[in-house]
Design a protein around this ligand. Structure first.
Ligand code: 13P
Length: 339
């Protein structure tokens, strides 16, 4: 493990004014996204859509890193440049999703464990050769009646830490992603309780596994009401609860925290981030690593049509710019009209 190298990659990933694009949808997930625009998910359609994102004008001003999927890291721009090389030339750090998905946890109905540790050392070595300098592993914690169990939280935290140690051994910065889902009807208080228990377990495991905290990035959910809750907490409350929780559980040696959007609308995710950065006096960089909240508008504007390629790029660049503003708290709801 080269600590200096890990630290400098991690710092580049959370550079001021920028954030991370999660474009690592698995073949199953991207098919679901394409279904919303009635587009067949062929390999060329997936390549073309990723090219739209990665070649959008001024993208490097707002995007510090891109998370790729196994297929995508091997694909090329139309002019023949491999995507990781294209991104690196723009000063954008290429990354790779390495988990194999959340599978049912035997004996624990309704809970999951993320798979993908077997053979991971060899896969990381190959991804490093292909240009990846960071990786992502997503653990999923669902909130429901009698769940999550402490056992499922601990099992997922343990797997995250084992993955993190293998990444650092390969000089790849691990994004540690424990996602508490916002799918249910739970309150923001319940989300805070579960997020707290999850972060506590995750950092205990990271310490036990001798993770170099200065060479990792945390990718958490925000502390937010469930989507089906009929009395959802307001945006300022989400910002305050999230910052409070992170301050309690995330050591200041971690260089940056990059949120997932988790089903929030684009404007909601941008505003939450901006409000948190307005609170200020934070020990880490607070940034974004959004998938849907960065891509939804672009996907719609493109619609799978060659004629709308530029329109899709424009929509993506606009949302990336607005999130870039949220990095220093200068985005407000009014910015939506101005942009
Ligand atoms: P969303 O922002 O759409 O939640 O995706 C981020 C991500 O990478 C989830 O693993």
């Amino acid at each position: 493990m080269n600590r200096t190298e890990l630290e400098s990659i991690a710092r580049a990933m959370v550079a001021k004014g920028k954030g991370i694009l999660a474009a690592d949808e698995s073949s199953g997930t991207i098919k679901k996204r394409f279904d919303t625009i009635q587009l067949e998910s062929t390999e060329e359609a997936r390549r073309s859509y990723r090219e739209l994102l990665f070649t959008a004008p001024d993208v490097a001003n707002y995007i510090s890193g891109v998370i790729l999927y196994d297929e995508t890291i091997r694909q090329k721009t139309k002019s023949g440049t491999p995507f990781p090389e294209h991104l690196a030339k723009l000063g954008i750090v290429p990354g790779i999703k390495v988990d194999m998905g959340a599978k049912p946890l035997a004996g624990f109905p309704g809970e999951t464990i993320t798979e993908g540790l077997d053979g991971l050392r060899e896969r990381l070595a190959e991804y490093h050769k292909l240009g990846a300098r960071f990786a992502k592993w997503r653990a999923v914690i669902d909130i429901g009646k009698d769940i999550p169990s402490q056992f499922a939280i601990d099992a997922n935290a343990h797997a995250l830490a084992r993955y993190g140690a293998l990444c650092q051994e390969a000089n790849i910065v691990p994004i540690i992603e424990p996602e508490v889902l916002m799918d249910g009807d739970h309150s923001i208080e319940r989300c805070e309780e579960v997020t707290s228990a999850t972060l506590k377990a995750v950092f205990e495991q990271l310490h036990s596994h001798r993770i170099h905290l200065e060479g990792m990035i945390l990718k958490p959910n925000m502390v937010i009401s469930g989507k089906k809750n009929t009395n959802r907490a307001g945006r300022q409350q989400v910002a305050e609860a999230t910052v409070r929780t992170l301050k309690r559980y995330v050591p200041s040696s971690v260089p940056g925290i990059a949120f997932l959007s988790g089903g929030q609308s684009a404007a909601e995710a941008t505003e939450h981030l901006s409000l948190m950065n307005q609170i200020g006096n934070l020990p880490w960089e607070l940034t974004f690593s959004y998938g849907r909240a960065l891509q939804d508008e672009a996907l719609k504007a493109w619609g799978g049509k060659q004629d709308s390629f530029a329109a899709g790029q424009k929509a993506f660049a606009r949302r990336a710019r607005l999130n870039g503003m949220a990095r220093n708290g200068s985005y407000t709801a009014q910015s939506e009209q101005a942009a």
